[in-house]
Design a protein around this ligand. Sequence first.
Ligand code: NAP
Length: 253
Amino acid sequence: MADLTDKTALVTGASRGIGKAVAERLARDGATVAVHYSANKDAAEETVSAVRRAGGRAFPVQAEFGTPGDVDDLFARLTDELERSTGQARLDILVNNAGIMGGVPPEEITPELFDRLVAVNARAPLFIVQRALEIMPDGGRIINISSGLTRVANPDEVAYAMTKGAVEMISLHYARHLGPRNITVNSVAPGLTDNGGPVFQMPEAVEQMARMSAFGRVGRPEDVADVVGFLASPDGRWVTGAFLDATGGTLLG
Ligand code: NAP
């Protein structure tokens, strides 16, 4: 287990799915975790409770990305809560995880849908990084959640995949920019991961999805959270600007 005692972390989209598992993992490693959510307050509070039941420290923070002032709202609330719970507004670890999918055939993508995907999946993470750096000490960690769909084609997700390609560019270019501060910036790409959504309740669909992984099963949120946990830990200090394939071998073909 990594020692993240005295570290603080923000995990966006931590009310459910992969983000929830990441929040739980970082808290288990000792970090105080800001559990960000958009609309699902009860789920965010359940993540916070799960962390506390396991002996960790966490608090919820709300902000809806893709709305005016989204990142300002997030940081106003985050810094208040950090000061209240730790005595200072310092952020050691940022995990840009919140995201929405497209699920629309290429012929049916509209400019409005495209703009929303970009605003939530790409614009928000960029400006969250920019703001986080104002309160991140040297040696910090930034982890951006991408997708295996930047490496394998799924036409119904072309717009979504474009936003994930953009997220990977945040990692590449900021990794160079932040090397002198010993801040690492990396992308983690999950494959099909059971986030509790309706499709994962359908046995036939799950069977079909499982066949895409070299391991013959769909991913669990913890499979991805443990990769994030490594990057966030002191052991991840020599990895920056990387694309980490956390698809369970889905990209092997
Ligand atoms: P999920 O279960 O659908 O949860 C999405 C999270 O993002 C929730 O916490 C949600 O908050 C938050 N969110 C949604 N819209 C938001 C908005 N407009 N502003 C702020 N927060 C918002 O997600 P997931 O499947 O675990 O995916 C997590 C990340 O992994 C995403 O970036 C996704 O693209 C990526 N990924 C997932 C898979 C997969 O198979 N699951 C595969 C590849 C990549 P509320 O609960 O409050 O709505």
